[in-house]
Design a protein around this ligand. Sequence first.
Ligand code: ALL
Length: 340
Amino acid sequence: MPCVQPRFPRQSFLVTLAGLLLLSGPGCGNSSAPEVAAEADGGPAAAAASGEKPRVALVMKSLANEFFATMAEGAKSHASQHVADYELIVNGIQDETDLAGQVSLVEQMVAQQVAAIVIAPADSKALVPALRKAGQAGIVVVNIDNRLDAEVLREQQVQIPFVGPDNRVGAKNVGLQLARSLQAGDEVAILEGLETSFNGQQRKLGFTEAATEAGLKIVASQSAQWEMDVANQAAAALLTAHPGLKGIMACNDSMALGALAAVRAAGRNEVKIAGFDNIKAVRQAVLDGQIAVTADQHGDQLAVYGIETALELLRGDRQAASVRDRETAVDLITKETLSR
Ligand code: ALL
């Protein structure tokens, strides 16, 4: 990509801001002054600043995951209450590992010249180049849910605000809650998300910290790619390999449901399960006592917060949003909290 000298466009602060979300690229030297891509001049964000109603694209991950269906509903309801402010475009991919599909969605949104992209990236590294190009095209980019890799962002000199929870702390609390139904020395296993997703890595860390603190023995930790069927097979194998297994910590609810089906099929109902997301199907299992705990990360609000940040950036509201991150809540969900 061509390197351009720092320069601040004529139109407005907004264009500058859109450009600032994208700083100079690799090979452009190590100047500390932000470089603004030429393409940012007159980009969609600038059009929005000049009074045009902005189109905001929500780009999610697997639409087969109820978590993202809930996220989409939250975003649509927000859009319907702010018809005068923006138009929402909702996108997602077919399964959790379709990284190429998500990159291509970003490219399509750039081609359609949306004013902003609010994205839950399927991979913390692989999406960065496409988002960098979106910034070059003058599009405001906001990262939600799964944080982009800080090192890759730094390397590519891209700055994108993040809106989402502290997954490590959230998972640690989930793990500690699970531990209350177990005893020190009990064997547990972790079902991880996609290994290249930062939030999955953080949840694994949080579960590990909880296990260590509670004296639980982690006998296995493996990726089930966020998917129910993969988790089902992985859990079935774990139950066979570890006859003494007492707990399964799943990094999301889809995998918790896959593990639950394996536990039932093996008749190993003493094995306690933890999940993360608070999707409807898991809420029922928590109420029935089959899943011990999950975490509500308020998926329906996550995209809304991201959209609000994007709109603030489009309005050029430096104080309100700037390019600062916004931490969102994670709450524990147990039989007790659901029965209140
Ligand atoms: C993460 C979310 C959810 C979800 C997972 C699957 O980014 O935070 O926990 O289940 O993606 O894609």
